[in-house]
Design a protein around this ligand. Structure first.
Ligand SMILES: *[C@@H]1O[C@H](CO)[C@@H](O)[C@H](O)[C@H]1NC(C)=O
Ligand SMILES: *[C@@H]1O[C@H](CO)[C@@H](O)[C@H](O)[C@H]1NC(C)=O
Ligand SMILES: *[C@@H]1O[C@H](CO)[C@@H](O)[C@H](O)[C@H]1NC(C)=O
Ligand SMILES: *[C@@H]1O[C@H](CO)[C@@H](O)[C@H](O)[C@H]1NC(C)=O
Length: 330
């Protein structure tokens, strides 16, 4: 080999070795992830977590950029053959922003308390698992949380009122659990923006807090609980609400004078104790989905707008509603 070739060969080798050995993954994060893998009994999807390779390239993992030294920012374990509890070591990934455990029917135990250490956490989804115990109050200490989805689990107890203190919360979904007790009064004064709220399929009871009337929810779903009181406070001509589902509760109020925001697109009030007549103003709504069946409504269904687009299914089982699509009024 002549000098140039030797030099080129040398440079090429240098390039190869540095590019191969340049591992972005932080050593502490790699150790933690390997502990997590072990404590989950080396499950199938993450079995490929090879200690010899860069953890930033592993499935279910994402790392941040150079600003935070490529620390692990996202852990997403979904659809895997996992049995046992959420490993306490998840609390030792200090730069985690996204944490997901989803569709793991054998994931049991409580929501891991060490999650309280994840102060950069923005997105938390623990969903379609068999987690039990309460919705932990410590979540309100994680001030960067924007998104909480704890739906489809076996969580019980009441909803912590401190969740309203989260300054960046935009989405709160606690549907399909076994939650009891009332909707916290504090949910009428969120510190930050007004989040979308999904609380359906629980056993929530008590009166809907009047304070909720102060807020302009974009989406609110309280369906399939045992809630009582005057839920008409959620409506209001000046609001910009899009989605309201109050179905299958025990709400009682007179709708005769209730104005609804023109932005409302999905309105489900079925199975409650709602009285009065449907206001003519409701013909001004653009409705994609509408259901007032199984209430105690009376009088003529106003003609016009979208109200006749829906079949009798949407109006059946009221006290004395009449007019299209139901029978002609006497
Ligand atoms: C790098 O990450 C930091 C912290 O997450 C973030 O604030 C910054 O915008 C990122 N920079 C780039 C160029 O993406
Ligand atoms: C859950 O555990 C049961 C009993 O050990 C097992 O038969 C089943 O395959 C497991 N399911 C999943 C999705 O891991
Ligand atoms: C919880 O476990 C039960 C029985 O093991 C199972 O039938 C159910 O599908 C699981 N729930 C979820 C959401 O995976
Ligand atoms: C309205 O709700 C009732 C009761 O749950 C249901 O039977 C009916 O199918 C619903 N109608 C529509 C159009 O969704």
């Amino acid at each position: 080999m002549d000098k140039t070739t030797t030099l080129l060969f040398f440079l090429f080798t240098l390039f190869l070795t540095t590019s191969i050995s340049k591992e972005l993954c932080h050593r502490d994060d790699k150790n933690t992830l390997l502990k997590i893998k072990k404590s989950l009994n080396n499950p199938y999807n993450i079995i490929a977590w090879d200690p010899k390779s860069d953890c930033c390239s592993w499935t279910a993992i994402e790392c941040g950029n150079a600003t935070i030294n490529y620390r692990v920012t996202s852990l997403d374990i979904s659809d895997d053959q996992i049995s046992g509890q959420i490993p306490p070591e998840v609390g030792d990934l200090p730069y985690l922003q996204t944490l997901i455990f989803r569709k793991l029917s054998n994931l049991t135990g409580p929501i891991q308390p060490t999650i309280a250490k994840l102060k950069y956490l923005r997105f938390l989804r623990l969903s379609w698992t068999n987690l039990t115990g309460p919705v932990p109050g410590f979540l309100s200490q994680l001030r960067n949380l924007e998104y909480i989805d704890l739906s489809f689990n076996d969580l019980s107890g009441s909803i912590p009122s401190s969740l309203s203190l989260l300054p960046k919360l935009g989405y709160l979904e606690l549907s399909r659990n076994k939650l009891t007790g009332p909707i916290p009064e504090s949910f009428g004064s969120f510190k930050g923006e007004v989040p979308d709220i999904f609380l359906s399929h629980n056993q929530l009871s008590g009166l809907i807090p009047k304070s909720l009337g102060n807020l302009n929810f974009y989406r609110i779903d309280l369906s399939r609980n045992k809630l009582k009181g005057d839920a008409s406070i959620l409506f209001g001509a000046k609001k910009t609400t899009w989605y309201i589902d109050l179905s299958r509760n025990m709400f009682q109020f007179d709708i005769s004078k209730v104005k609804i925001a023109k932005t409302v697109n999905i309105l489900d009030l079925n199975h409650n104790g709602i009285t009065g007549t449907i206001p003519v103003q409701w013909t001004e709504l653009s409705l994609q989905s509408f259901n007032v069946s199984y209430n105690r409504l009376c009088g003529r269904i106003p003609k016009g707008g979208d109200l006749q687009r829906f079949g009798s299914d949407s109006y059946l089982h009221n006290k004395c509603l009449c007019g299209v699509p139901l029978k002609t009024c006497m």
